[in-house]
Design a binder for this molecule. Sequence first.
Ligand SMILES: [Zn+2]
Length: 434
Amino acid sequence: MRKSFYLTIGIFFTVIFLFVFSVRYFENANMEKLKNTSGYSIVLDNGEEITLSKVSDKAIEYRKVNLNLWSINLVLGFAIPIIFVISGFGKKLSDYLGKVSNNYIIQLALFFIIYVTISNLITFPLDYYRSFVHRHNFGLSNQSFYKWITDYLKNFGLNNLVTSAFIWVPYFIIIKSPKRWWLYNGILFIPFLMFVTFISPTYIDPLFNKYTSIQDKELQRGIEHQLSMAGIGDSKVYQVNKSVDTKEMNAYMTGVFGSKRIVLWDTTINNLTRGETLSITAHEIAHYVMGHVWKSIVLGGLLFILVLYLVNKTILWILFHWGGVLGVTKIHHLAFMPMMILVINIFLFLSNPITNTFSRYVERQADIYAIEMTKDNSSVITSTIKLHENSLVLPRASKIYEIWYYSHPSYYDRVELAKEYKPWRENKPLKYIK
Ligand SMILES: [Zn+2]
């Protein structure tokens, strides 16, 4: 039994390494192709010609380092829980916590917090390099070390301390309903997601950055006009001082009910013309009026039920075959938590293509909506170029990487759409704005 356990782990990591190897192979081939592709020019509606320059060496270099960081990160994400299991540390820790407290809720919280602390200590050097050093090296960040570390600690606290305080809830459901826990926990996840989406903008986001009203009043009026056109005039509009963190640009729509809002990074307002910024707010408005916020919550919940169903099947199989090796007999045993985390990670990793295919689909809808609302293809084109070039995004990714990880259509696909989509020119009906 011990033998088959180690053999399965060996096979699993072989598959992961093969995945990493093929993604790297196709991404490198994609970069070679891009290096040999010359730029092209686009004629805007006003007759002005803009050139999409050949992909820069800097962008290629940035992507290469990112690819290395991604490879290590992916392997570590699976290796850390496995180390807990095979080293026997998880088992020892659970025995020890059994002596510290008789209370299962406290044992669970302590086990989880010790697990995530150790896991974060292992990945800390990589996290620091990836989100601080690397971004500074390529001139994408303005962040001071103090801001980085305080954001890091706040994130750690919010994600892990809060989870440890509530981790007894899913475990309580597992104990009460050993057969259907996956369904009840999955269903519970939907109102939880809704709650987080509702409170995040008001209570969590301001812990990281400062939110103010839009300073450029003419821009503000433009956005308000768009909002009332879309029938959501009650939405709020904010700008956030992301310039303390980054040189990149972005905007997003968040919140539900009374907390719904468009948030523009100040870097976006500072670097784009009003027309370009309005093409971005039109895209964000689309996400709300086309129900993308709601659809993501519901689909996320349904997908999570499926993931938990598969997790349950897998976990029961593991318990049946290797419970003896691992020294556990029940799903809710503390020592089994790293294995649960591992199996959840595996199925979430496998569900990536589903989530991202849905995301690319709605992002394309939002792009079309933005063009229809502004009828300003030129601004959509130039804002798309500025956003992507400024973040050193490559024009295209390899198919496998795009399917697995791209939440948006590729940079050039978005420019292509903005260049071609003008149904009003041929008196054709609009797709989304009636
Ligand atoms: Zn979007």
